[in-house]
Design a protein around this ligand. Structure first.
Ligand code: HEC
Length: 153
């Protein structure tokens, strides 16, 4: 089930339960002893459980999105757009739109770690050398950049 949907479901069930809890346990005529109805702490516990599930559901979605956002910031910080274009922004000579459809994750990574070899493997050596940038990305930055590039489908 998509995480967003799961979150909505969890939130809705928690709301429904809160609504039930606030209703009288039974009509006044046939009022039962108060202990016949689960007390507030049971609902509290249930809601806490639901909240924990909700946090976990959204929590698993976050790390990837965070890396994509970090990758986008790295792309800007390293001025990749001086040679590349994405979404009409940057140098139109070497567009990266759709690059995730052309290259697998491993090749995207190689362009950032083994740039000169990737250039040499081109049919024609590009007139502008990305290898001249001498990038040295940390493993975290590399993962973030690759995750970002992989969103360019
Ligand atoms: C000095 C210019 C320059 C800079 C700066 C630069 N690149 Fe490149 N990059 C190139 C050139 C030229 C190519 C080869 C493109 C081609 O031949 O189609 C290339 C290729 C790539 C490719 C493979 C594209 C494809 O379609 O096969 C990726 C991915 C890439 N660069 C990502 C980046 C990222 C990310 C940055 C910033 C960290 C960056 N580049 C910075 C010039 C540059």
């Amino acid at each position: 089930m998509p995480l967003k949907f799961r979150f909505v479901l969890v939130a809705a069930s928690a709301l429904a339960l809160t609504a039930c809890a606030s209703l009288p346990a039974s009509p006044p005529k046939t009022a039962k002893a108060p202990e016949a109805r689960p007390d507030g702490s049971v609902y509290g516990l249930f809601l806490a459980g639901q909240a924990a599930i909700a946090v976990r559901a959204t929590g698993t979605a976050t790390p990837h999105q965070e890396r994509v956002d970090a990758g986008r910031r790295l792309y800007e910080r390293h001025k990749c757009a001086s040679c590349h274009q994405i979404d009409g922004r940057g140098n139109s000579r070497f567009p990266l739109d759709g690059v995730a459809g052309r290259l697998a994750a491993d090749d995207l990574r190689r362009w950032l770690t083994d740039t000169a070899r990737m250039e040499a493997a081109q049919a024609r050596l590009p007139a502008i050398r990305m290898s001249a940038m001498n990038y040295r990305f940390s493993p975290d930055d590399l993962a973030a950049l690759v995750d970002y590039l992989r969103t360019l489908k």
